[in-house]
Design a protein around this ligand. Structure first.
Ligand SMILES: [Zn+2]
Ligand SMILES: [Zn+2]
Length: 153
């Protein structure tokens, strides 16, 4: 797929040119903080499939290592723009907030909910989907969905 992405103020723009690996909803407190929302609806791409925004356009911060997630805010509006994820043994990944995808209808459906024990509200769409609660179950559940998709190509 090819998709245009932009932050809420449109100053930060980037393009994904490869397939979405996985879409997930994360209810963890860091995602709640970062997005100032009840949860984060995110979609994962390989970094090689993303034409990232220019350096300086995005300010990256690490809220808590590990895992090595660099959360990037638009330097203009301060809203979530894009996140980078690097873990040993994995190719470099990019996390895109679904709200930043210009045409989200092209994305795959949500595959799982993670850190569901931290949810601020029950999410109706979570019914019938795998939900993972707690740190390790959430990390492992996420990897269990991600790895087959990574190995497929
Ligand atoms: Zn912006
Ligand atoms: Zn999270």
């Amino acid at each position: 797929m090819s998709a245009e992405c932009r932050c809420p103020c449109q100053q930060t723009r980037y393009t994904v040119t490869g397939p979405a690996l996985l879409r997930a909803v994360c209810h963890c407190t860091l995602c709640q903080q970062f997005n100032r929302a009840d949860y984060a609806d995110i979609v994962i791409f390989r970094e090689r499939d993303v034409q990232m925004p220019p350096e300086g356009q995005v300010a990256y911060e690490t809220l808590r290592p590990p895992p090595a997630v660099q959360r990037g805010r638009c330097a203009a509006c301060g809203k979530p723009a894009v996140e980078r994820f690097a873990a040993p043994g994995l190719p470099r990944l990019v996390i895109v907030p679904v709200a930043n995808v210009a045409e989200p209808q092209a994305l795959p459906p949500v595959a799982l909910h993670m850190f569901y024990n931290r949810r601020r509200a029950d999410v109706a769409e979570a019914e019938g989907l795998p939900t993972y609660s707690g740190y390790w179950p959430s990390q492992l559940g996420f990897m269990r969905h991600l790895l087959p998709r990574l190995l497929r190509r």
